[in-house]
Write a protein that binds this ligand. Structure first.
Ligand code: ADP
Length: 169
């Protein structure tokens, strides 16, 4: 896919993505209207208990965005996000906002990252209202009990969740 000279080159969208939800997809889709490339960066945090391994999360993200070619790249990182962004030569971090409740935490992170480096800016994108209540944690609370999460997550993720929890059925 060719790049658009009117768009900014690249941004990084970091998160846990455990698992990818339609809320995340919405943010990536919106970001692609402004940036040529979005790197979806999965945080590898061994201290945080996760449902999917980093490799599984990366594979699910890659599968969902396969049609976007090079416009959506998937990576994982550990340690400081700003260091990873610098290594990638990226100057913009994207974060999604669902409601004012996200703001305090997101503002703290953005200001901390700015304290660490003034070469990287954080851009916030508001989600669609229809996904404003969706979170990976909510999906993980509902899926084990056979709750229908299709529509809240991409089909590949819905399948992966079914497989994870099939022993509970
Ligand atoms: P983290 O643990 O870093 O918050 P998440 O995977 O939960 O990782 O979220 C990654 C980013 O996606 C965050 O900026 C979060 O606010 C945003 N996000 C999560 N769910 C949604 C949603 N439904 N709509 C918009 N943004 C979302």
């Amino acid at each position: 896919m060719s790049t658009n000279p009117h768009k900014i080159d690249c941004a990084i969208f970091p998160g846990s993505f455990d698992p990818l939800t339609m809320g995340h997809v919405d943010i990536v889709t919106r970001a692609l209207t402004v940036f040529n490339t979005v790197i979806v960066a999965v945080l590898d945090n061994p201290d945080k208990k996760s449902l999917f391994t980093v490799e599984e999360r990366e594979a699910l993200i890659s599968e969902h965005f396969a049609d976007m070619g090079n416009r959506v790249k998937v990576a994982s990182f550990s340690g400081l996000l700003v260091e990873f962004a610098k290594e990638q030569g990226v100057k913009v971090i994207i974060r999604g906002l669902r409601a004012t409740s996200d703001f305090d935490y997101e503002a703290q992170m953005a200001l901390m990252n700015r304290t660490l480096t003034d070469q990287i800016e954080t851009f916030f994108l508001m989600t669609s209202e229809r996904y404003s209540y969706v979170s990976s944690s909510l999906v993980k609370q509902v899926a084990p009990f056979g709750g229908d999460v299709s529509g809240l997550v991409p089909p590949s993720v819905a399948r992966a969740l079914k497989q994870k929890f099939c022993h509970l059925a």
